[in-house]
Design a protein around this ligand. Structure first.
Ligand SMILES: NC(=O)c1ccc[n+]([C@@H]2O[C@H](COP(=O)([O-])OP(=O)(O)OC[C@H]3O[C@@H](n4cnc5c(N)ncnc54)[C@H](O)[C@@H]3O)[C@@H](O)[C@H]2O)c1
Length: 327
């Protein structure tokens, strides 16, 4: 079974790629490495170093003839989306429409898309189920929701099964700690480096889901091949302050964070129901927040050790040896 995975060098994409290879799928990846590194790629994948907007992408789909497309490549910064909405639209919406056209043209059976809890906006009730009204409040959320609508319409008009997964806040090894979503990694790195941690507000809650549970949900979704929209979340609400305290305790730190006022537009509470994914995709999260944090911290400390010794690549035993096609 051939899978074309976009964004496969990224944080979530590299975990998905690892699982696909482990499960025996034939994997081709397209990534422009704009927010990632080829060091994240697993062995035995074919790698196309291209932008998803590049016209050569059609040739890739035609040549690879994938059964399944897993589309994770995206511009993921909310702040950047507000500064450059057209760039965000091109990467997250327009490129998705082009991929859908190629999927139809070259006989793809199943199209899986990574969407986001951001499409719901400020919740009217908790936990947020898939029936909750959408109210995207950033251009990033608009671009993801617009892509969703194209996917649903393509699936209705053509013989293409589509699955949309709306992820809550994902954390785990290989996450870019500079990113907006990387609060777990940022807390860990600041505490380890004995730097001051700033918390804006602190009482706001989020639903953190471990990246290996996300990869598992993607794998379960391609096996189930169900048409629909699914939240993929832990269904557990935790405040940013509690998160900081858990990480501090695990790292035996008693350094207090600095508290600043809430940032404009920040959601107060967020937790997503994962009931539908549990029932229809036979998936459930395996990792508790404590277990996920333990693995993330251990990975961070291991990578730090290797980094200090200049042996970063050895931090991951699965160093990339696939074919690189340059864009
Ligand atoms: N991390 C989260 O908490 C979270 C939550 C909800 C949804 N998502 C979605 O999951 C997906 C993966 O996110 P992530 O956290 O792994 O981010 P990431 O930035 O680590 O991964 C995105 C990957 O896409 C690649 N990419 C970006 N623009 C590209 C382009 N134009 N052409 C080719 N490749 C391109 C990047 O180089 C990177 O490897 C995204 O679609 C994101 O919107 C993530």
């Amino acid at each position: 079974m051939k899978v074309l995975l976009t964004g496969g060098a990224g944080f979530i994409g590299s975990h998905v790629a690892n699982r696909l290879v482990l499960e025996g799928y034939d994997v081709a990846i397209i990534d422009n490495l704009s927010s990632s590194s080829s060091e994240n790629l697993p062995e035995n994948v074919k790698f196309y170093h291209f932008d998803i907007n590049d016209c050569f992408v059609e040739k890739i789909v035609e040549t690879e003839k994938p059964n399944i497309v897993i589309h994770l490549a995206a511009q993921t910064s909310v702040v950047h989306s507000m500064k450059e909405p057209f760039f965000d639209f091109q990467t997250n919406t327009a490129a998705t429409v082009k991929l859908l056209q190629y999927a139809v043209e070259y006989g793809v059976d199943h199209f899986l898309f990574a969407s986001s809890a951001a499409v719901y906006g400020e919740p009217l009730h908790l936990p947020i189920s898939e029936q909750h009204p959408v109210n995207p409040q950033s251009f990033y959320a608009v671009s993801k929701y617009a892509a969703e609508r194209y996917i649903v319409n393509f699936a209705q008009q053509y013989n293409l099964t589509s699955t949309i997964l709306r992820f809550s806040n994902v954390y785990g090894p290989k996450q870019n700690t500079q990113g907006e979503a990387g609060v777990v990694g940022r807390f860990i790195s600041k505490i380890v480096e004995k730097e001051n941690c700033i918390i804006y507000g602190g009482a706001q809650t989020r639903d953190f889901i471990y990246v290996k549970d996300i990869a598992d949900a993607v794998l379960k979704a391609i096996v189930a091949k169900k048409e629909g929209i699914y939240n993929v979340s832990s269904n557990t609400e935790i405040s940013i302050r509690q998160l900081y305290e858990m990480i501090s305790e695990k790292l035996s730190s008693d350094a207090p964070p600095s508290f600043l006022s809430y940032r404009d537009g920040e959601l107060h509470r967020s937790v997503l129901s994962n009931e539908r994914a549990r029932k229809e995709l036979s998936w459930h999260p395996i990792y508790s927040i404590s277990e996920g944090l333990d693995e993330t911290i251990n990975d961070f400390l291991l990578c730090n050790e290797f980094r200090m010794e200049g042996r970063y690549n050895e931090a991951y035993s699965n160093q990339y040896i696939g074919t690189i096609t340059q864009g």
